[in-house]
Write a protein that binds this ligand. Structure first.
Ligand code: COA
Length: 160
């Protein structure tokens, strides 16, 4: 039986920190589904298709699948036969939100476990919002996001 994990997020856009989490998840699971959330709460800069395309361009591995999803994460995990949802933990600030998120998901679906991976030290200060802000103001983002994201943000000279 192959072990499948879902790595959900808004990925608006994907950063090197996310890529690192995907790579390390592949050491633990046979297949990782990067699940791009519609996330109406965040009003993303990039469309679902654009976000998915940037992930596909940034993570080149046959064991990774990129798909968008709407509705509850736990329903999506069950639909895809995944018993694990992966989340990256950066600083202490992430903890409270992730704690609540994991417990609510366990309340909804005790059969889906949330596993946390510590974000690498190069990325613990990075977030998608900061990347967009720095790029919009002409700052250098080449070391914190994949090349496909640098190009996409260059073409999208919109304020964050
Ligand atoms: N490296 C760099 N940045 C990282 C990171 C890492 N390893 N891990 C997280 N981040 C950043 C992201 O860039 C993002 O930054 P932003 O807030 O500036 O956009 C932030 O941390 C958190 O983003 P992400 O991990 O993508 O999560 P999210 O909060 O955007 O997404 C969902 C949360 C979509 C997974 C969640 O809301 C969900 O599952 N929704 C579906 C509906 C549902 O089931 N609701 C009930 C939940 S209990």
């Amino acid at each position: 039986m192959s072990l499948i994990a879902v790595y959900p997020g808004t990925f608006d856009p994907i950063t090197n920190g996310h890529v690192d989490i995907v790579r390390r998840s592949l050491n633990l699971f046979d297949k990782v589904i990067v699940a791009v959330a519609e996330n109406v709460r965040k009003a993303p800069l990039f469309s679902l298709e654009e976000r998915a395309a940037m992930i596909t361009a940034s993570v080149d591995d046959k064991r990774v699948e990129v798909e968008s999803f709407g509705g509850l994460l736990v329903d999506y995990c069950r639909k895809r036969g995944a018993r694990v949802a992966i989340r990256g933990l950066r600083a202490i600030a992430d903890f409270e939100y992730e704690f609540q998120f994991a417990h609510m998901n366990r309340h909804l679906a005790p059969d889906v476990e949330t596993i946390f991976l510590m974000t690498s030290e190069e990325s613990f200060y990075v977030s998608s919002s900061l990347v967009k802000e720095v790029a919009a103001m002409g700052g250098d983002i080449t070391r914190i996001v994949p090349p496909a994201v640098v190009a996409a943000l260059k073409n999208r000279k919109t304020s964050p």
